[in-house]
Design a protein around this ligand. Structure first.
Ligand SMILES: Nc1ncnc2c1ncn2[C@@H]1O[C@H](COP(=O)(O)OP(=O)(O)OP(=O)(O)O)[C@@H](O)[C@H]1O
Ligand SMILES: [Mg+2]
Length: 230
């Protein structure tokens, strides 16, 4: 369980997130919002990459508000940034090995699982990550996170820049991962329609504040569109 209470954060003098409160259980929890709404900032704050200026973050009963970022993988938290999320100069297999440094299962056991989930990565295991297509790169970034055997994955806009067909595949995989591993997923996305197909609940950010926090089933489309200033 992740509990976020009255969270504010930003970049130096620039405050971006204001007074954000929500909890995430065992679910796909989506963070939606227009460009610049603060989705990536929220995930970076949860991953402890930028400091919390106000409020608290609690993960599995522990206060991690001041925990260093490097302590999170061992606590079951994996983070997939929106950009630059693979090591371009390492091969696919090497990228996956980096993710395998935490957890109790062997690397090979986890690799077999990943290659079964994403056969495209198995075919390209000796290829440099920098030479993968956009969609393959996103699959690798998600897979690297999965190699940690995490309890929660903070996944920042995996569909960015992907063709519609690839987006469909990726979202199917995210849903499959969720069902197979019962891992909690915090999914920041621009693609509201696709996200609503797989998410349990939505947090919609607007200008760094909570505009809406609801189960997808109870969503009122008018409220959603207001958050995008449509
Ligand atoms: N390093 C930074 N320094 C200063 N301001 C930043 C920095 N990174 C982001 N911002 C600002 O923070 C605000 C929120 O940006 P953020 O990247 O969190 O938005 P987002 O919802 O992820 O948008 P997108 O959908 O385009 O990825 C924006 O106004 C942005 O300009
Ligand atoms: Mg973003």
């Amino acid at each position: 369980m992740l509990n976020v209470t009255r969270l504010s954060s930003g970049y130096g003098e620039v405050n971006v997130l204001n007074d954000i409160t929500f909890s995430v259980g065992n679910e796909i929890f989506a963070v939606l919002g227009a460009n610049g709404a603060g989705k990536s900032t929220l995930l970076k704050t949860l991953a402890k990459l930028i400091p919390v200026t106000q409020g608290h973050i609690e993960w599995q009963g522990r206060d991690i508000t001041r925990a260093p970022a490097y302590s999170l993988p061992a606590q079951g938290v994996a983070y997939v940034p929106q950009e630059h999320n693979v090591f371009s100069d390492l091969s696919v297999a090497e990228n996956l090995s980096v993710g395998a440094l935490t957890g109790s299962r062997t690397r090979d056991e986890k690799l077999d699982e990943i290659y079964e989930l994403f056969p495209r990565l198995a075919d390209r295991k000796d290829q440099f990550a920098g030479s993968l297509s956009g969609g393959e790169g996103q699959m690798l970034a998600v897979s690297r996170a999965l190699m940690q055997d995490p309890s929660i994955i903070l996944l920042d806009e995996p569909s960015a820049g992907l063709s519609p067909l690839f987006v469909d595949t990726l979202f199917e995989k995210i849903s499959e991962i969720r069902q197979q591993k019962s891992v909690t997923i915090v999914l920041a996305e621009q693609n509201a329609t696709k996200t609503m197909e797989i998410a349990d609940r939505l947090l919609v950010l607007s200008l760094g504040e909570v505009h809406l926090l609801k189960p997808v089933k109870e969503l009122d489309m008018k409220q959603l569109m207001e958050a995008y200033h449509i």
